[in-house]
Structures are given as C-alpha cells and as structure tokens.
Design a protein around this ligand. Structure first.
Ligand code: FRU
Length: 509
C-alpha cells in the first residue's frame, strides 16, 4: 500500500516521494489551505528546488497536487510566501477573480558557481485558478540583489494602514523590510536585527504578523526569524521577537528587549545560545504562518518543517525525506518570563480522532503503563496528562518504547527546571553523529500542575507543555514502532489528576 513504508508518518504531511524541506506559500483561499514546499522531485536529497503543492480543507488531510513551480533560466525556486491580491493591486488578476501571487527567491546556481554574490533575487508567479496552474511574471526578478550572498525567503503581508504590501526578507544577519503598492516594485524601508537575538548562523525564512495579547485589548507584532545553525539544541531553529511595526520599521518591545538581555541566565543551561525560541526541539525549522485566514477565523496558523539541517539529508527513510509538523495555532501569552508565543495543535486534529481512553485519577509511585489494555495499538496518538508531584517537585518522564528496548523519553528535569527529550536510545542513529542526544527547553510556568500534551506519530513526537508555552519537536527512527507508553516518576510520587489517550487515524485510511 502507499504511504506505508517504514518510518512513514500517518498524520503528518510528507511528499509522496523525493526530498522536501521548508513549507512555502501557505495561503488560504476559497475554502482551501494551500501548502507549497521546497521539493526536489528527482532525489531524496536536497537539489534543484521546485515548489511542491498540496491542498487541504482542514490542514490535516492533504491532497497532493502537481508541482506548482519549476526552476527556470533565472534559477531554482527557493522559499517564499503567497498572498491573494484581493484588490488586484498587481493587475495580474481582476477584482472578481483575484490572483494568487507567489513571491519566492530565485537561486541561480550557475551564477554562484561563477563566483558572483548576486545569485539570489526575488521573483513572483501568479495563478488565476486556485493555485492549479501558474504563470511566472514576465519581468522577473521583481527585486534584484544588491550584492549579498544571503538574500532570500520573502514573506509578504498586507499592511492595512498604508494600503501597501510589506516584504520581510532574510538578509544574512538581519531582516530587511521592503514596501510595495503593487507587488511588482519594491522599496527598502529598514533593516532589523543585526545586533539582537541569536546569531549563531544565517537568518532565514522570516514572518511578520500582529497578534492580540492574551487577556488585554492590546496588539503586538511578532517577527519570526529562522536561523541555521545556532538553535538552542544545535543546528536549525526558530527564534522570534515581540515588538511593534509601523509600516516601515520593526521596533522591539522594551520588555522583550530586557528579556533578551537577561537571556544568558537561562541560555547558559540551554547551550549558551541567545534568543527566544518558538520550539526548542531539534526538529522544527523554517516554520512560518498562513496568509489569507478570514478575519472571522482570526487564528494565526503555523507549520514548520520537521527536520534539522544537521542531518536532514541522511535520515533513514527511503522513498521520501522528511515531514511537516502538525498545523499549530499561535498565541501571545503571559508567562513568568514575560510575553511569549505559545503554540497548540489546531482543533481540526480532532477530525482524525479515533478511539479514546481516559486514565483514572490516581497516585503514581512506581510506573504507570498507559498503553496496557488499550483498545488500540498506540502508534499514532494524542496523549494529554495533567499531573503534579506529591510533595516537592521531582523529575518524571513519559517513556515511549518498543520490545527492543529502544525508547524516547519526554520529561521534566527538576534540577534544571527544564523539559527534555532524550533520544539517545531511540533506535537508528548511525546515519549521523549529530542525531543522538538530549534536548532541553525552559519551563515557562510556575504552576504546581504540569499540563502536558504529546502528539506521537510513527517517527516523531511533538510535545506541548503548559498550554504550549514550551514546545519541543523531535523525530526518531526505531526498528519497531514505539507501542509502549509509560509514565515514569523520578524520586517522588506523582498525582495524575486527569489523563487521556486518543488514537489518531491515519490520513491514508
Ligand atoms: C531554509 C532554506 C531557505 C532556502 C531554502 C532552500 O531551510 O535554507 O533559506 O530558501 O531552504 O531550499
């Protein structure tokens, strides 16, 4: 059967075959969520980039469509975004049938080989039939390269107050903001970031959006900046900044600036990197959000690539390589550390809910075998636990394992005050010496109770702690599926206040 190979995720998006990296051009239009992606159809390793394409009515069940954008004489098609030009500012569609416009980076490998520095430029393409067929704009590129090697990944948004488009572009060690009235002519407005945040690698794949601040009437702007390498647990990761954007400049929130300055205190234990991170796991990268979400919905919806450039090209899958995370809803919430972006799986995940079992309220002093006597085989599931230590705080872990005693631990380390994912014994890691190891993330809650949620697929876990204030995503490659789930207290005992494990049905069934 299709999509049943070893390690093939059953509810995460994967390409049918070939290589995939970043999500691109995520846009909602006429009842469909579009997902484009960096794709090399001819090989399972990175190569000449195309935009692969899929659509979904719920961001869970995806229909694969033909490749949307092919390389051309200007270069391969690197990452970028898509918008619906509702006011027909570009003249590429009509008001009645507005164009879907993709804005992407052309990467000219020949020019790079020839030793030039201006091989990355921005181009556009448009579709008048819901993304089914695409025409490249005749006067590409729309933004030429000023002589900077890293000049890519345009994220375009509509800035209502000025009735103009804003492009956030990753330029080596900063983000440049450009403005345009028509998506065709772009003017540089400002640069942000050369002196703030994490700079252990190149800045890539930015995103910029406004969000309500939980519990207030206030709104703030969030600037997402992906970076590779330089993530807190190594390799690639997603940092973000909270501030204000006035149509030309992004200014850091003073409190967020102070939080960043205070970082080393926390960062010391998280591998000495500065920055505030959307997901501390090893395997969420290039994450950005959907455009075109209707106002009455109002959610900020996000998806990332579930891999890491440290080993993405060599993970042990055969026909295809890598998956996306589940779609997540972002929120700006208060934490003891300050305002932070929290992530939760979208509620549409319930569309694939299968059998479900509740765990009894109980005190756990030894090991709780969660997977015993379930009505389903736990390979793909949603596990939710609400627990607290009896007495002083202590460490604990949720252990996913198989008969071969391969395992992944998702837990809390009381001595560090941090969550962790340990995949040192998780199965095959022979493909890369950077894969095995323990990943850590700060806990951003002082609650006595731990509210934990794990989405487990065949080859990955997404861990949402304290309502998504701490998120960790990690992949693994066991010889046999992890069908054993156990709650393992550390020195102390745990009070399990509530728990529930729900089977997630395969999107291919
Ligand atoms: C991020 C990235 C982008 C680039 C794309 C190329 O993972 O390096 O900066 O556009 O991948 O595939």
């Amino acid at each position: 059967a299709e999509f049943q190979e070893q390690h093939r995720p059953q509810f995460h998006f994967t390409p049918p075959s070939g290589w995939m990296n970043d999500p691109n051009g995520m846009v909602y239009h006429n009842g469909e969520y579009h997902l484009f992606y960096q794709h090399n159809p001819d090989s399972t390793v990175w190569g000449p980039m195309h935009w692969g394409h899929a659509v979904s009515k719920d961001m869970v069940d995806w229909e694969h469509l033909p490749i949307a954008l092919y390389p051309d004489s200007l270069g391969a098609i690197f990452s970028g975004s898509a918008v619906v030009d509702v006011n027909n500012t570009s003249g590429l569609g009509t008001k009645e049938n507005p164009a879907m416009v993709a804005v992407f980076t052309y990467h000219n490998a020949e020019a790079e080989k020839a030793g030039r520095n201006d091989f990355q430029t921005q181009g556009i393409a448009f579709s008048l039939d819901n993304g089914r067929s695409w025409t490249k704009y005749k006067a590409n590129p729309v933004l030429k390269n000023p002589g900077i090697r890293d000049f890519r990944d345009p994220k375009v948004i509509w800035y209502e107050p000025e009735q103009e488009w804003i492009m956030a572009l990753a330029v080596k060690d900063h983000i440049s903001f450009y403005s345009s009235k028509n998506l065709l002519d772009w003017k540089l407005e400002s640069d942000f970031g050369a002196n703030v945040g994490a700079h252990g690698g190149v800045w890539e794949c930015p995103d910029l959006f406004k969000m309500p601040v939980e519990g207030t009437d206030e709104e703030k702007w969030v600037l997402i900046v992906n970076i590779n390498p330089g993530a807190p647990n190594g390799g690639s990761g997603t940092q973000y900044f909270v501030g204000d954007f006035n149509g030309s400049r992004f200014v850091l929130d003073p409190q967020f600036q102070a939080d960043l300055n205070a970082r080393p205190v926390i960062a010391k234990v998280v591998n000495g990197q500065e920055g505030i991170w959307l997901d501390y796991g090893r395997d969420q990268y290039a994450g950005v959000s959907w455009s075109g979400i209707p106002e009455e919905d109002g959610r900020r919806l996000f998806m990332g690539w579930m891999s890491n450039w440290d080993y993405a090209n060599v993970v042990p899958t055969e026909k295809w390589r890598s998956a996306m995370t589940v779609a997540r809803k972002l929120e700006l919430v208060n934490t003891p550390a300050g305002l932070r972006v929290a992530s939760k799986p979208v509620k549409e995940l319930e569309n694939i809910y299968g059998a479900s079992e509740s765990l009894e309220e109980q005190t756990v002093s030894n090991v709780l075998a969660i997977s015993e006597k379930l009505s389903f085989n736990p390979v793909t599931y949603d596990l939710q636990l609400d627990l607290k230590p009896v007495g002083p705080q202590s460490s604990f872990a949720i252990e996913l394992s198989n008969e071969k005693d391969q395992k992944v631990l998702v837990g809390y380390d009381v001595s560090r005050g941090q969550y962790y994912i340990d995949r040192t014994k998780a199965g095959d890691h022979s493909f890369s010496d950077k894969f095995s190891g323990v990943q850590y993330a700060p806990r951003l809650s002082n609650d006595a109770s731990f509210d934990l949620r794990l989405l487990v697929d065949v080859a990955s876990v997404e861990f949402f702690a304290d309502g998504g204030k701490t998120v960790m995503t990690s992949v693994f490659f066991p010889d046999e599926p992890f069908t054993r789930v156990r709650l393992v207290p550390g020195q102390g005992r745990l009070k399990l206040d509530s728990g529930k494990i729900t089977n997630l049905k395969s999107i291919y069934s």
